[in-house]
Each structure stands twice: as C-alpha cells, then as structure tokens.
Design a protein around this ligand. Structure first.
Ligand code: ZN
Length: 186
C-alpha cells in the first residue's frame, strides 16, 4: 500500500486508495487479537531492473527513500508490525513478498499457518504473494474488497483472482474477516 500505486503516484492503480479503509479495519482486528501483521513494500534502487530505463515493464516507482515509496498516509501501521522490503537489489524483480525475503521464515517462526492478504496490486504483487504462500504451505485468504488491479489488459485482475482460487486460496470480504476475528476472540 504505497503512495506510488495510489492515484497521483508514479504507477497509479485505479481506486488504489479505496482499499485503505477496509485494510485498516482488518489491521485493527488483528491488533486486538494480538496477531502478527506484516507490511510488504517495493523498495527499489533508482536503476531497478523493472524500470523502462533498463528495458523493464514499469515507470520508475517506489524508489528507496522517496515520498512515492512511503506507505499510504492513512494506512494504519501498528508499532508491532513488521515491514518486509522487496525488490531492493538492482538486478532482481520481486512481485511476491516471499521473493528474496525472509518472510516465510519469519511466519514459520511465529507458527503462522493462515495468512490474510490485501493491498496492491491484484494482478502482480497480491497474486504472486498468494501463490507463493500456497506453495509454502500456508492457508491463504485474499481480502477481495481490499485489492485493486493494474488491469494492463482488461480482465487481468479477474484472471489473477481465478488463479489465486485455483491455487487453493479463499476469497473473503474485510467485513467477513473482521467478524471471524471477533468470534474467535470469544
Ligand atoms: Zn516494483
């Protein structure tokens, strides 16, 4: 959930900022339940391999230390949350939060077996993170109202959700997730 992926950003996704409120409700529910929360972020060097200047697909975005790489200003970031930076070496792309990071190790150390996932973008980072999480053996629920797609080709987002489901992940709304959290607390 970084500034560059939201309207006005370098790689803006339509309605990207609309998912912040739903995510915040889920984050708050996780805080109340004392559950671990991870934020992944693109953290690219200025000459990252994914940038057009180097023959990649994307305009420069989420360059380390720039305002565009900040999390959305309204996003709730609890002090206990962990931040996972990815795509931070110049020659490696990383859509998935698991790629080139110690996220899997950290989750397993915390004995996490179920992951709830939201953010940007459906057809890239959310898709790849969900598929990697399934490969690593986690149960995965994608919070369907808390994701938005780049949709470079129309339908990419829907296709990604279909891939995510095919990999055995579930879809749920943020309200369903919050309700689930509240009922497991009792
Ligand atoms: Zn990137």
């Amino acid at each position: 959930m970084q500034v560059d992926f939201c309207p006005g950003g370098a790689l803006a996704v339509k309605e990207g900022d609309r998912v912040v409120a739903g995510l915040n409700r889920v984050i708050e529910a996780f805080e109340h339940s004392d559950l671990p929360i991870f934020f992944t972020r693109d953290w690219h060097p200025a000459d990252h391999i994914s940038f057009r200047s180097r023959g990649g697909t994307w305009p420069p975005h989420c360059v380390q230390g720039t305002p565009g790489a900040e999390f959305h200003p309204d996003l709730r970031i609890p002090a206990i949350a962990d931040i996972i930076s990815k795509g931070s070496s110049r020659d490696a792309e990383a859509y998935s939060g698991f790629q080139g990071t110690d996220l899997e190790e950290r989750l397993k150390r915390l004995r996490v077996d179920m992951i709830y996932l939201g953010g940007l973008t459906t057809d890239y980072c959310v898709r790849e993170s969900a598929l990697d999480a399934r490969k690593a053996g986690f149960s995965v629920t994608v919070i369907e109202d808390c994701v938005r797609a780049v949709d470079a080709k129309p339908g990419d987002g829907d296709g990604a959700l279909a891939d995510i489901r095919r990999a055995g992940a579930k879809l749920a709304t943020s309200s369903e997730v919050v309700r689930q959290m509240a009922s497991t607390q009792q």
